[in-house]
Design a protein around this ligand. Structure first.
Ligand code: ZN
Length: 185
């Protein structure tokens, strides 16, 4: 947060958005987080209006831990819904003692995954970032959390550029010469 976002409460939200945030908060109780003691829940709303939830699932290796947002989106995909219209995330400290801390926002990896889950419809997925008791909520569009996102359109552009380069062999020779100079270094 950069201090510019308006902090809302549940009563500021529509009933469907309120329910999404409540689902995220409630499912956090199922988090497997013995290492951080920090429970995170996420709830995604699919274009058909369904809600699918996930929690963080930590691992002793730390690096292999799965975020709640990722778990929720993967679960929605497994049930046949690869696209999402909105996601809510909420978290709180439960060990060594319960503590409500600040608003939780998705990590960088999850922002990319959220972008992908919304990109084919070109909808701007709403991201409800909540604290642990839902007394503070900030609503972002995913395009605010991940400006200039890399996605399938970018890959398509690269493919087209590559194809254009293949039509001009001289260009490829120049590129190879540049690459070999770099290898010398
Ligand atoms: Zn994450």
């Amino acid at each position: 947060m950069n201090g510019k976002q308006k902090i809302l409460t549940l009563s500021d939200l529509s009933p469907v958005d309120r329910r999404l945030c409540e689902k995220a908060r409630n499912v956090a109780q199922n988090a497997y987080a013995p290492y951080s003691g920090f429970a995170v829940g996420a709830a995604v709303r699919t274009p058909s209006g369904g809600i699918v939830c996930g929690t963080n699932f930590e691992n002793a290796s730390y690096g292999l831990s799965i975020c709640a947002e990722m778990a929720a989106i993967a679960s929605a995909n497994s049930s046949g819904e690869s696209r999402i219209a909105a996601i809510a995330v909420a978290g709180y400290k439960f060990a060594p003692e319960p503590k409500i801390i600040g608003i939780v926002t998705p990590c960088g990896r999850c922002r990319q995954i959220i972008w992908e889950a919304g990109s084919s419809t070109k909808e701007h997925v709403k991201v409800f970032c909540c604290n642990g008791d839902l007394s503070q909520i900030v609503v972002y569009g995913i395009e605010e959390l991940l400006p200039d996102a890399f996605d399938g359109d970018e890959l398509q552009r690269f493919r087209l550029e590559k194809r254009a380069a293949e039509d001009v062999p001289q260009s490829i020779e120049n590129m190879n010469a540049t690459a070999s100079r770099k290898r010398v270094c």
